[in-house]
Design a protein around this ligand. Sequence first.
Ligand code: S0N
Length: 294
Amino acid sequence: PPTTARDGFDLISRTPIVWDTAAGTTFQDITYQISSQDMCARIAFNRPQVLHAFRPQTIREIQQALEMAVDDVAVGVILLASNCDETQYTPAFCAGGDQTVRANDGGYQDGTEAFPKLRVLDLQVQMRRCPKPIIAVVEGYAIGGGHILHMIADLTLAADNAIFGQTGPRMGSIDAGYGSTHMARLVGQKRAREIWFLCRFYNAQEAYEMGLINAQYPKQELEGRVAQWVRRIIMNSPTAIACAKAALNADEDGAAGIAQMGGEITRLFYMSKESQEGRNSFLERRAPQFRSKL
Ligand code: S0N
């Protein structure tokens, strides 16, 4: 991370983010918080008894919360985190798909789906298309589908107790999408094959060294460090960040990635006098005078 005084990063306050007290939408498997002061939303797994393993309902709730955060103009950065109470439970970010609701007929089914699905794949795409930066905040285990969600997040900040890994080949499963291709882009082909073939677990330092995460901090420092990263991002241009994210995703996401970046261009073009002349001339039933608006 940038740490020199020259870029001002060290001068940014590490006071923990203060979350608004106003009651938000109630969810069962997650919590959703907003900080008006720091223009930040926090979506947190809230199933500590199963190390935050996700069932379809969990994913659906994250999808709803993510949509709320994207639609909220007062939100500039989104945290994907977990509620950890170490006095009661093993710390975890997310232990992947909840194996107790893994069905025999092609996905996960907890009684809330019309048929078994791999809904988490839709969430991955939604995270990629989200124009706001998503930071995964990892304490403890980030395993299986949980490990993939942190990789899909734009940035990952981890506590020094974090443990990363895939278990698919041990559990009879595989994420043949981003979980494989994006991992290889992050850590390289050899390392990605090692992670999938061996199913070993890696500590925070190892994850940092192989490019899986952006930074690791002592657990007690993590909250303040996350606040520091959020505050630095919020100082920067949201449109530039949205365009940078779309550009960084574009080649890996193929036509969908180009469409996302193209959407940003169209959105900006709509703000120009030239573009508005097209709409105005139609509404005023006259020929457009584009060149007079350049
Ligand atoms: C993380 C591990 C190593 C921690 O071990 P530890 O500290 O010994 O704790 P445990 O006692 O094992 O766990 C505490 C309680 O939590 C329950 N639990 C943990 N993980 C899960 C889980 N994934 N599902 C359900 N329950 C879980 C434990 O059972 C225990 O409960 P109690 O106290 O009642 O016994 C260790 O827990 C571990 O190895 N966990 C399993 C990790 C794992 O393999 N995750 C699933 C991997 N697969 C996916 O994530 C697939 C994701 C997916 O949806 C997908 C996406 C795209 C394409 C394909 C798929 C696909 O379906 O494969």
